[in-house]
Design a protein around this ligand. Sequence first.
Ligand code: C5P
Length: 235
Amino acid sequence: MSASRIIVALDFPTAAEAITFSRRVNPQDCRLKVGKELFTAAGPALIETLSKQGFDIFLDLKFHDIPNTVAGACRAAVQLGVWMLNVHASGGRAMMEAAREAVGAGAGRPLLIAVTLLTSMGPQEIAEVGIVGDAAGAVRRLALLTQSSGLDGVVCSAQESALLRAACGPGFKLVTPGIRPASSSKDDQQRVMTPAAAIAAGSDYLVIGRPVTQAADPVAALAAINREISSGKTA
Ligand code: C5P
């Protein structure tokens, strides 16, 4: 298993492009995230290929359905041998408990985490779907529900990591996108944090896409980020 805290988001439309990238990087330097676009296009065969190359896979399909259906999807993900998978916390306690039961109790079981609120939603959209109070309060409430449903952690913005680390304690995994090395472009991310700052705020794993996938030399980009994390340089 990789020791790196970096999870590279494989935001590619085809298996061929994803595999071209994965052949260039080393499983010791990163884990890989396969999301809805790539999984819908490439399916379980791609997960098998990437796993055979030695990569830990985060299957980012954000399941949200009735408990029985989500449990079945989680069992299928366990069969694929993924390292981590996720559901939506807003599916509720029964759904999350069914998912947790489905991933099993063995030492090699995948980590099961939840999405609290989509960070793409602004205050008006959050209110429109009936969530009362501010986003930070809702994120905290959903993270605590996730924890008491037996899950391993949540996906959250690095801006929320300190709050959630304090609320949920040590050992609860915080997985954060929106990470940009000091030298990188922000792309379309609004609120970004550097890798070392996110780790200092309490994040366990960093989801990083374009700063690595679009780099002229992805191996060098990963090495620089891994160095930045170990040096603890936060700005
Ligand atoms: O290229 P970049 O580093 O911005 O990619 C970030 C990845 O994390 C993308 O796969 C994006 O969909 C995902 N993500 C995010 N913000 C969230 C949840 C997931 O950027 N709140």
